[in-house]
Design a protein around this ligand. Structure first.
Ligand SMILES: [Zn+2]
Length: 275
C-alpha cells in the first residue's frame, strides 16, 4: 500500500490516481508551467466562497456591480465604513485562515522549477504565506493598499495615514492619487501591472493548470481558455465539473489539498528514477 493511504488520507478513485500519475508524468519534464488558482483552494483553508450554494454572496447578496464607481464618487464614505467594519466576521475568518497542503504543494512545484508563475484570484495572502514567489494576485491582496492612479502597492502594516485627512493620498512624486484597499472591487479595472504580468506569463506557458476555479470571472478565465485555443495541455484540479473540464487534457477530480501533494510526491519519485 502506498504511504499516502495512511494517516486517514481519503481513498481516491482509480481514475483520480490515474489522472495524478498523468499530471506528474507531464510535469516532471519541467515544462514552463503557469497556473490559475481560484476560490476552491482557499475554501480548503476554511474560507467561504462567494458563489455556489454556501457562497457568501448567494446567502447575503452580491455587492453592487457599480461598487468601484461608488468608491470614486465618495471615497470618504468608503474610508469611514472601512474604519468601522474592518474587523467584520469575514475579515476575522480570513485573519484566522492558514495555508493548506495545496498552497504548500504549489510553492514546492515552484521550487522544483516547474511552476513558473501563479495567477491567483484569491485575495487572502495564503499563497505568499506558503512561500510562493512568482505570483500575480489578479484581484489584489486584502493586506495591501494601492494608489488608484499610479498603481503603487504597499503592505497594510507599512501604510500610515492621518485619519483626520481622508481619503489618504499617494505621496509618490506629484501623484496625489486616492489610496484604497488593493482588493479589486466590482466594476474596478484590474490593475495594469497584474494584467500585463498575467498575459506575458500565460503566453509563455507550455502547460497550464487550472486549480479550484470555476473559470467564470474574466479576465482570469481567459488564460486557461487561451491555453486550450493554443493547443497547450491543460491540467484541471477541481472536485467540481467546470466549463474547462471537457477541454482539459487531464482532469484531476479531487480537492487541491489532496491532489497537489500527491502530484509533487510522484514527480519527486519519477525524478529519482530518471537520475
Ligand atoms: Zn500614486
Amino acid at each position: 500500500m502506498p504511504s499516502h493511504f495512511e494517516n486517514n488520507e481519503p481513498v481516491l478513485e482509480l481514475d483520480v490516481l490515474d489522472a495524478i500519475e498523468n499530471a506528474a508524468t507531464l510535469l516532471q519534464t519541467k515544462p514552463y508551467t503557469v497556473a490559475l488558482a481560484g476560490a476552491g483552494i482557499s475554501k480548503e483553508s476554511g474560507i467561504p466562497t462567494f458563489r455556489g450554494n454556501d457562497g457568501l454572496w448567494t446567502k447575503n447578496g452580491e455587492p453592487p456591480l457599480d461598487q468601484y464607481q461608488r468608491f470614486i464618487d465618495d471615497p470618504l464614505d468608503w474610508w469611514h465604513t472601512r474604519l468601522v467594519n474592518s474587523k467584520g466576521a469575514f475579515a476575522q475568518t480570513l485573519d484566522n485562515a492558514a495555508p493548506n497542503k495545496g498552497h504548500t504543494a504549489l510553492a514546492e512545484l515552484e521550487k522544483l522549477g516547474i511552476l513558473r508563475h501563479l495567477i491567483t484570484q484569491n485575495i487572502d495572502d495564503l499563497h505568499r504565506r506558503a512561500g510562493h514567489l512568482s505570483l500575480t494576485e489578479i484581484h489584489g491582496n486584502r493586506l495591501w493598499m494601492r494608489c488608484i492612479e499610479c498603481g503603487d502597492r504597499l503592505p497594510l502594516d507599512e501604510f500610515t495615514y492621518d485619519p483626520t485627512l481622508l481619503p489618504p493620498r499617494c505621496t509618490i512624486g506629484d501623484c496625489n492619487g486616492i489610496i484604497k484597499s488593493d482588493t479589486v472591487m466590482f466594476g474596478e479595472p484590474i490593475p495594469r501591472a497584474a494584467l500585463a504580468k498575467s498575459q506575458v506569463e500565460s503566453a509563455k506557458a507550455e502547460v497550464f493548470m487550472a486549480i479550484g476555479t470555476s473559470a467564470l470571472v474574466y479576465p482570469a478565465a481567459a488564460y486557461p481558455l487561451e491555453a486550450i485555443q493554443n493547443n497547450k495541455p491543460l491540467i484541471e484540479i477541481n472536485p467540481e465539473v467546470t466549463q474547462l473540464s471537457e477541454y482539459a487534457t487531464i482532469v484531476v477530480r479531487a480537492p487541491s489539498g489532496t491532489a497537489l501533494p500527491l502530484i509533487v510526491e510522484r514527480i519527486r519519485e519519477l525524478n529519482l528514477v530518471i537520475q
